[in-house]
Design a binder for this molecule. Sequence first.
Ligand code: SF4
Ligand code: SF4
Length: 447
Amino acid sequence: MALLDVFRLHTFIGGVHPHTEKERTNSKPIEVILPKLGAELIYPCSQHIGAPCEPLAAPGDRVLAGQKIAGSDAFVSAPVHASVSGVVKEIRDILTPSGTRCKGIVVENDGKHEQWPDLKPNPDFRSFSKEQIIGLIKEAGIVGMGGAGFPTHIKLNPPPDKKIEYCIVNAAECEPYLTNDHRLLLEETDRLITGLRIILSLHPGSKGIIGIETNKMDAIDILKKKCRDFPDITVMELMPKYPQGSEKQLIYACTGREVRSGTLPADSGCVVNNVDTVVAVERAVVRGRPLMRRVVTVTGGAVKRPGNYKVRLGMTYRDLMDAIDGFAEEPVKMISGGPMMGVSMFTLDVPIVKTSSAFLCFTEEEAVIPPERNCIRCGKCVSQCPMYLMPYMLNQSVIRGDLDAFCADGGLECMECGTCSYSCPAKRHLAQSIRAAKREVLAKRKK
Ligand code: SF4
Ligand code: SF4
């Protein structure tokens, strides 16, 4: 691509261009990993934004793959399904990859992979009403699998006064190291397009946009070829930039519309779903299957066999690593998710959940963090913040303990993308301090 063409690509204001580090895994086909006989799968009752579920199975019960084992009557929630057949060993307080604790159901895999008998394909899904489709998505327990975890059936069913004009597939995958969406785009293209067509059918007259960065030209080519017969779908080439996959930035890049502070994408006529989520919609509506698996990129210098793995939800990171030959060397840092927005992990004994997109294991060399120095007022963090905040000012307010000033300067608008920390030449821990202050303010308001 010529240099001038790069500047004609769609994008948003601000952001950074980190090394993508995707070469280790972007050509590795998705490999299916099945849990071993006798393995314990752990299902947190809260894998989504909203009310936690309550267990629907008790210790000693035999459950089948695809059976609903936790649910809630709350408006904002998403049920949890067993991903193997086996016996419920216990229900206990468990640790999630994000470091929180919640109630969890532990199932011992009997290796039979016996399916819940109600799971049936829907060959006539095109004749289904909107309510039927939303009901299938809700019952399948689908949530935003890019990391947000918001229940998809609510996102796809906004109040009637909000007209959706653009249904956007978030195929940016802007976080370094991650290639799970890239591989899905290549290997499950038809399913993705069917999923998008289902979503478009829920919003008559809307247009589909697949927003994809130009560091995935093989996927762009295949998508353009397969979407030729669908004039209501545009494959939109985006300039590779972080955090393009963030909802507001992607909407701006794809449509030029801004999602104002305090409003939702639906207020701007848009709905955004990530690649794995759209494939899960196809799986639920066409094949009648709930959310039981997801694709996880496992990479980093400490991993012996980096790749993209289709994993049963509930499997622990330890069992996944055992199945893919473990570590090449002891990792000094482990992250669930991408390096910019992911969460550091200190144990492998936590389950893979609906929002687990990647597992990064870094060597000492990769994980080195330079010491923090004094701010030199260069303004880089300000010019690159995609939310138009002043990170260095927010950081100073946090250091002074002045949370009123922090809020007055828009600290709560921060989406914790880490762009400011990445771009800061003084290596100030800007995003980390802002994140901590946000938690403190929100906790105080809750009280
Ligand atoms: S202040 Fe928040 S939104 Fe702005 S760059 Fe930093 S982390 Fe991202
Ligand atoms: S980028 Fe770093 S050094 Fe520059 S103004 Fe922001 S905090 Fe200060």
